[in-house]
Design a protein around this ligand. Structure first.
Ligand code: AMP
Ligand code: MG
Length: 326
């Protein structure tokens, strides 16, 4: 069985194809980028409109498959930006109708976790999901993927992007801050905000902006200190979730998970508690259609040909989803 999955929650329009044995057949993405500002939902939607047909065509080509070889369609129904989600819903329903095959809507955050499990062979991990709009620590317990800790305001990626934008770097800012941080030498103290199992970034952002405006600090040191501080916060709550759930595997998934320093800190923490840290390849760390196709395979029993029953769920939470496939 081949599943074609479509991702369109935010900046990326992606199409992945995978079979029910977990064999990867294609993973094509086209991401909206800007030189200066952040994501403008209407522009991102327009980007997806322009990209969608070619991305799907390219994925089929890469997989060496004809549309008729696809047995199931999946799409990310949420959480995400409504205008962007609608493009994915429309494209995937059109395809499913044309091919007369079932379709299933899946949760984007859970897709990160499941593709991480597939590709790293971790069995029952805690997931650290640090992405643009989301930042959560998730683990399976009692029939659902539960959120053990999360951001109380913006996602860590959006926080890094906002600071990058403030100092004149474009979107995405994460990789640029990572480069700058490598040249930082002095740690500048920043607020460290962990509240129970949750984290918060908006106060740190304000503090960083004030420090930057004061011209008393060099930008490389600020970038370095930003990473050291907020990554320590993420590692602290991940470790606490591992201890609480008595799990010894940590998987990372989400765009900020591409960051080498964050991975290094996760590795150190896991080693210190005799656990194991797993990082899947970067192509599934960022938003992608492959993870959507794999969750489609896992949720195939919930697929439908009642195409009118489908909708987007911009605010769907990880723990709204009943996990029936484990
Ligand atoms: P996602 O929403 O999961 O696709 O992730 C996008 C976010 O990941 C954006 O906020 C990027 O700035 C961030 N990002 C990508 N690469 C890196 C990196 N190397 N270091 C830190 N953040 C990154
Ligand atoms: Mg994501």
């Amino acid at each position: 069985m081949n599943c074609l999955g479509i991702e369109s929650t935010a900046h990326t329009f992606g199409c992945g194809i995978i079979d029910d044995k977990g064999r990867i057949l294609a993973n094509v993405t086209d991401a909206y980028k800007t030189e200066k500002g952040g994501i403008h939902p209407t522009e991102a939607k327009q980007h997806h409109e322009n990209a969608k047909d070619k991305v799907v065509e390219d994925a089929l080509k890469a997989a060496n498959l004809k549309p008729e070889d696809i047995d199931l369609i999946s799409f990310s129904q949420g959480p995400g930006l409504a205008p962007c989600l609608l493009v994915g819903l429309k494209k995937s329903t059109e395809l499913a109708k044309k091919l007369n095959i079932p379709i299933v809507g899946v949760n984007h955050c859970i897709a990160h976790l499941e593709i991480g499990k597939l590709l790293t062979k971790a069995k029952d991990p805690v997931l650290l999901y640090p992405s643009g709009a989301n930042t959560q620590v998730i683990a399976y317990d009692g029939g659902k993927y539960r959120v053990f800790g999360e951001t109380l305001d913006q996602g860590v990626g959006n926080f890094i992007d906002a600071f990058a934008r403030y100092i004149g770097l474009g979107f995405p800012g994460g990789p640029k801050i990572e480069k700058l941080a490598l040249q930082g030498k002095n740690y500048i103290e920043l607020p460290y905000v962990v509240k129970g199992m949750d984290v918060s970034f908006s106060g740190i952002l304000t503090n960083l902006k004030q420090k930057y405006d004061s011209k008393k600090y060099n930008t490389e040191d600020l970038a370095f200190s930003l990473q050291e501080t907020v990554f320590a916060m993420l590692v602290e709550v991940s470790e606490r979730a591992m201890a609480h759930c008595n799990k010894n595997e940590l998987v990372i998934g989400g765009g900020v998970g591409c960051n080498k320093r964050l991975r290094e800190m996760c590795t150190i923490m896991c080693n210190e508690r005799n656990g194991r840290f797993y990082a899947p390849p970067n192509e599934v760390m960022v938003d992608n259609g492959l993870m959507i196709s794999w969750l489609g395979i896992l949720q195939r029993k919930q697929a439908t040909t009642n195409y009118n029953s489908l909708d987007i769920k911009p605010y769907e939470r990880t723990d709204d989803v009943e996990v029936k496939w484990r």
